[in-house]
Design a protein around this ligand. Structure first.
Ligand SMILES: C[S@@+](CC[C@H](N)C(=O)[O-])C[C@H]1O[C@@H](n2cnc3c(N)ncnc32)[C@H](O)[C@@H]1O
Length: 283
């Protein structure tokens, strides 16, 4: 069911209570509760509107490619074409509204065809924000499909109109990143993204302590990446099972993050240098 951007639920959510916790529900409700210009980076992996793994796509491809009998379908919420078409512009509008000036939106997007989803997502993003780049994520190896088998996806990058989006990288970053994909087991999220992929964009567009929005948490890859790099996060996930798993994963990552050292000389916290530093980010 498609949702309007002005939800009544949003008004009832105290958004600050959800920093560092996964809101189980529709991200439009959580986003409606966020004040304008409250988020430093939107880093997200939404459904692609492909009816992924609904029994007529992924599992059938797998069988056809000789990978054994089709497994049980594990559909992704919000991935039906009609809802997706209606919701996509609403999601993008909210991303644009909540980003600070100079804030950046990095959005995973499928590559190739047969449907031109990448074009639809790019145009929706550009209508709400200012499109900047389509980064090719070279996933390595051959994926599903016929004739041209899928080996890449995009990370679409846009900025809030009015200011160039913040950049904390050097001048040697390509618009192709090569990071091996995850081939999910039956207990993993069917479209789990590598933590390294999410870390890459966190490092380029945010600083420790910044607040990251991930409205489609899934199993929590973005949240783990944020925790590892000392960023704050706020997230939604509509599927109760994945919301719980994402929360647990983020908490584990938080607990395994090295504590900043207290410098005896200066009384200040110290940590690793560079933009991945864990300094002063106890939030
Ligand atoms: C592509 S998956 C994210 C996978 C994640 N990056 C990972 O590594 O596990 C998209 C997720 O968005 C969730 N979702 C779909 N519609 C939603 C909505 N309106 N609000 C919140 N979550 C939603 C789905 O349940 C799904 O887990």
């Amino acid at each position: 069911m498609a949702r309007a951007a002005e939800t009544t639920e949003g008004a009832r959510i105290d958004w600050q209570e959800w920093i560092g916790r996964v809101y189980q529900g529709d991200c439009l409700d959580l986003m409606a509760s966020l004040p304008g210009e409250s988020i430093d980076l939107v880093l997200t992996d939404p459904p692609y509107g492909l009816n992924y793994n609904n029994g007529d796509l992924a599992s059938v491809w797998e069988e056809a490619l000789g990978h054994g009998p089709a497994g049980p379908a594990r559909p992704i919420a919000g991935d039906g074409r009609d809802d997706w078409v209606q919701n996509l512009p609403l999601w993008m509008e909210q991303f644009a509204r909540v980003l600070v000036k100079g804030g950046c939106c990095c959005c995973c997007c499928c590559g190739g065809g047969p449907s031109p989803i990448f074009a639809e997502m790019t145009l929706a993003m550009d209508a709400a924000m200012q499109f900047k780049q389509a980064i090719v994520w070279d996933k390595g190896g051959l994926g599903m499909g016929w004739h041209y088998r899928r080996s890449y996806e995009f990370m679409l990058v846009a900025q809030k109109p009015g200011a160039a989006c913040k950049w904390y990288g050097d001048n040697r970053q390509s618009n192709v990143v090569r990071i091996p994909k995850i081939i999910p087991s039956a207990v993993q999220h069917p479209t789990e993204k590598p933590v390294r992929l999410m870390e890459q964009f966190i490092l380029l567009h945010s600083r420790p302590g910044d607040l990251i929005l991930e409205p489609f948490a899934g199993s929590g890859s973005t949240l783990e990446a944020a925790e590892r790099l000392g960023r704050r996060w706020i997230a939604a996930e509509i599927d109760p099972m994945w919301a719980e798993k994402a929360q647990t994963r983020a908490e584990r990552a938080r607990l395994s993050r090295p504590l900043p050292l207290l410098s005896a000389a200066s009384g200040t916290r110290t940590g690793r240098g560079g933009n991945g530093e864990a300094t002063g980010s106890l939030w």
